[in-house]
Design a protein. Sequence first.
Length: 498
Amino acid sequence: MAGLARSIAAAALLLWMTTLGLAADRVVIVLDASGSMWAQIDGKPKLEIARQSLRTVLQSVPADKEIGFMAYGHREKGSCEDIELIVPPQAGSAAAVSTAADSLKFIGKTPLTSAVRQAAEALKYTEDKATVILITDGLETCKGDPCALGKELRAAGVDFTVNVVGFGLTADEGKQVACLADNTGGKYIQASDEKALQDALVETIAAAPAPAPEPAPQPAAAPEKPEFNFIPAVVLAEGGDPVTEGNSWEIYKAKSDGTRGDYVATEYGAYKGNLDPGDYLIVARLGEAGTDQKLTVEAGQVYEPLLTLNAGTLVIHPRPSEGADVADGAAVVIAYPGVDMPATYYGDTKVVLPAGDQKVTVRIGQGEVTEIIPLTGGKLVEKDIVVGVGHVVANAYYIAGGDKADGSGIGFKVFKAKKKVDGTRQEVAYAYGPDSKFDLPPDDYVLTATVDLAVVEQPFSVKAGEHQDVKIAINAGVLAITAPGASKIEIFDAKKDI
């Protein structure tokens, strides 16, 4: 289950990047980087699903496809002007887009209308065919009118469309952004749960292949034409059994220099099919491993290429402490051979990786452990990684033994107890609301609780594997003031300044 949400989200985007992206000359992807992207779908942050989905899909996009990348809400809180074209639309930009997405902070508002307008202008939509793909988990928060913008861009553009992926929106919320796609002749995909995304994947696979041409009539004396002329197989390592599930085949036309040309098709599992005569580049993928092989097809011949991934299977069980259950929310970050961008999974992780040394970093709360794990082609390595953290639940009380402060304005911050040279303490983590939870490495800490104007701190210590409730008394009360007709109410300290 660790990579399921990532794979499904990638499939939904793949629908767009292949069926929609290939139809457009130039594309700009607009990603919602507002603070709401920290919310989770099936236990995984939406921002991580979006990042990994982009990384996976972009690996399958032809190198000559012109792609740009824009984000909003990634630099400033509360700003409607925080929109940036990070990667201009250009060929060979897939790696740059992936890097840009992985470096984003998710903190701001949702000026999606202005962002789509700027993306259209970057594509010179009034002069050339262009497509904008908007990925958002929220509605317009900067007074823009996406429906009106859609009509305006459609009227002024040259074959211009906006396609919208709604991440975790309700049906009513989806209608408020779907008009942006409808009014430009684009499509809206509601990605509210894993099943909806799975249905989109099934629909794409079923609809994508073009019907095979009817075979030309054969002379009576001619030998019978084989049912299939292309039967590929893939193995993890030399001498291993062929993989029949979970793998994919990407088929491209090969250029004269042997590099990847036009996209032909994507197939899955133990595939059998037919290819017209010509030169092809066959790409086999399983998990994070992949390999390719050039193939020249001639009429009347049957081809059974065997591709070797030189990969193994790594199973990681992330645990907060010795003997503890697996932490489902643990981030398992794997930097595997041959790539610059590591892959991130959550909880129990089982993945196929290229053979070699795997740099595995497991993060649980503020705890982090990194290990180098050798992996041999064709082998399975299973390992527990213990981060060594304690679990803390923080609550504030108006007085010791009194009522719990349970309003939405409660904030907690955790600092290192030891002060720095300048007398300040290093901030470790923060959270809001009652029953705030922290996973922390063993150390001495100070917890500060802020309830409106009251700020109190309390020291505490953490040991690996221990659970503790930290209760902090703020020695404060609630003041309620009624002032009919007043434009504002000011509160001053009773003690005068000197």
